[in-house]
Design a protein around this ligand. Sequence first.
Ligand code: FAD
Length: 150
Amino acid sequence: MRTSHPDIHAAGDVANAFHPLLGKHIRVEHRANAVNQPHVAAKAMLGQDVAYDRVPYFFTDQYDLGMEYTGYVEPGGYDQVVFRGRRDTREFIAFWLAEGRVLAGMNVNVWDVTDPIRDLVTSRRPVDAKRLADSDVPLAHLLGRPDTTA
Ligand SMILES: Cc1cc2nc3c(=O)[nH]c(=O)nc-3n(C[C@H](O)[C@H](O)[C@H](O)COP(=O)(O)OP(=O)(O)OC[C@H]3O[C@@H](n4cnc5c(N)ncnc54)[C@H](O)[C@@H]3O)c2cc1C
């Protein structure tokens, strides 16, 4: 959150911040960033050794579609899109993958799945695309956590 000037910090839409997980600077112009980055900027101002490493996230409601996007992928930065759920009734999750690893997921009219999607993104583990597409396989099972149902 610290700029090239040691006494100037930035958070929210204006910040093009280095993201440790992604290894690059990104600008995430969404509410979650504006809410969560200032805490880190404040700690940095106090001299603490901190980094903003939350996985990018946003929500949006478009008429009857409610969506949450977790992760980060650029155009051309993926080689596969896997759908889980029903596209015909517009209740599904879309996953963007590269070399079998989940880079981002967008849940559409499906709820309470942000945590396991974020875990899939941060794990960087290759996942089986067929199991990822199978709604009967809990997302956490793809991370080797068979005792969870989410
Ligand atoms: C139409 C719309 C819909 C959106 N929908 C969603 C959504 O569904 N989900 C989501 O996650 N995000 C959404 N966003 C994005 C979200 O609103 C922004 O990411 C968030 O508000 C950014 O907050 P911020 O504090 O970084 O910037 P801002 O909210 O832009 O605040 C910056 C403030 O700085 C002030 N300012 C500018 N220049 C100066 C100056 N020189 N001196 C003093 N003050 C100054 C401005 O007046 C403003 O009040 C939406 C944005 C828009 C415009």
